[in-house]
Ligand binder design. Structure first.
Ligand code: GDD
Ligand code: MN
Length: 384
């Protein structure tokens, strides 16, 4: 037993990696409706990675187009391919994390299935990590200005540049494409960080670098992001919201989870809705001077804000657990009950604080923080 353990440890530590001892590189390929792209992808990997002991782990979120069966058909023909079919789950980042967790290779590559990433860079990227030039080799769309124009719509390019700017500030690292979904690193980098990574959203590289706070050295490899041929992009406004949540979470040094951050931002939007409805109702009755109609208007405004908060949270904050039909109605009632209790807690705490000598704004903020924390914690358990 002890000898076997020792042998295993020795194999794992041996460098350079011994021939025929298993895979040196695991390529993790997240997929959602990419059946049409798999065959071409396998041919391209074959050409790009001659001489390297590689495997491809396709992590499919139960695509409706049969991507998982196509991937498994590929695996029957070529043992280097395998497929993990995840049921009832969504999220590129989570798929990548689980794929890595299934790998035993010393090096990991993350690559899209849709042929937009230039797989011919993989071998040089691997080489740079293997020989210690960098902890992470990132294929970057924005190093060469002319490259960035290809494959992205003008709106996407603008959004991408803005998100990149924000990401760079948080990372404190000069990196031209911190949102890249195409990179190579040692598996140990993932292993040490996996429990702190967020499974939601697209930004697995950003999360990895932000969680390790500048400890990871990065080398960038410019390439031209190719236009998509088959299938369609899954990046939408919700993915953008998830990124903003992750950015906020990292700004608070993980005091807030990405989900809590989005929940709070939605709460703030509720305040805007509340004031807008209040203004409208008071304006309609021609009574802007807080007369008789105020309590009714304030109540209606509060209910509207609560409803909009619930619906936005359901489609954004909890998009992976979205409620539908009867569950949506039940969830709405629960949400109102718990947020109502949150309001009671808010007022109670604020009142108690004023009794202990807090100024009006300290008490106001204190009550709001407790109320928001209550709303988030209880609804995350009872509603979604
Ligand atoms: N398993 C799984 N689950 N895979 C997913 C999911 C998901 O929820 N969402 C997307 N994918 C897969 C797609 O099938 C594709 O292989 C890859 O992840 C990238 O998704 P796309 O929908 O093609 O993303 P994109 O091309 O619009 O976005 C590009 O830019 C982003 C940064 O702006 C990609 O390079 C991303 O990786 C990158 O983060
Ligand atoms: Mn794509």
């Amino acid at each position: 037993m002890r000898i076997a353990d020792q042998t295993l440890a020795t194999v794992a530590d041996t460098a350079p990696f011994p021939a025929h001892a298993g895979y040196e590189l695991s390529i993790i390929i997240p997929t959602l409706n990419e059946r049409e792209n798999l065959r071409a992808l396998s041919q391209r990997l074959e050409c790009a990675l001659r001489g390297i002991a590689w495997q491809a782990i396709i992590v499919d979120d139960d695509s409706g187009d049969g991507t998982a069966s196509a991937a498994k058909a590929l695996a029957v023909l070529d043992a280097r391919f395998s497929c993990l079919r995840r049921i009832g789950r969504r999220g590129l980042a989570g798929a990548v994390i689980e794929g890595v967790m299934a790998s035993a290779a010393p090096f990991i590559a993350v690559l899209d299935a849709d042929l937009q990433h230039d797989e011919s860079l993989l071998s040089v990227m691997l080489e740079s990590v293997r020989n210690g030039q960098a902890d992470v080799a990132v294929a970057s769309r924005f190093v060469r200005r002319e490259d960035s124009a290809v494959g992205l719509s003008p709106l996407r390019r603008l959004g991408s540049l803005a998100a990149n700017g924000l990401a760079r500030r948080i990372l404190g690292q000069s990196l031209s494409d911190p949102m890249s979904g195409f990179f190579v690193t040692r598996r140990s980098v993932f292993d040490e960080t996996a429990s702190r990574l967020s499974p939601q959203g697209f930004k697995i590289l950003f999360d990895l670098l932000a969680t390790r706070r500048g400890q990871l050295s990065v080398r960038e490899f410019p390439y031209a992001f190719r236009p998509r041929v088959a299938g369609s992009s899954k990046l939408d406004h919700r993915v953008t919201a998830e990124f903003l949540g992750l950015a906020l979470a990292k700004t608070t040094r993980d005091l807030l989870s990405p989900r809590a951050a989005v929940f709070l931002a939605v709460g703030a939007s509720g305040l805007v809705v509340h004031l807008a409805v209040l203004r409208l109702l008071l304006g309609l009755t021609g009574n802007l001077d807080l007369g008789l109609h105020f309590p009714a208007a304030q109540t209606l405004a509060g209910l509207t804000a609560m409803t909009s908060n619930f619906l936005i949270n359901n489609s954004l904050t909890y998009r992976d657990r979205r409620l539908r039909g009867l569950d949506l109605a039940k969830g709405y009632v629960r949400f109102c009950v718990f947020c109502g209790l949150g309001l009671v807690a808010n007022v109670a705490v604020a009142t108690m604080m004023t009794e202990h000598g807090a100024t009006w704004w300290m008490a106001g903020v204190g009550g709001a923080v407790i109320g928001a924390a209550w709303n988030y914690l209880t609804t995350s358990i009872a509603v979604w």
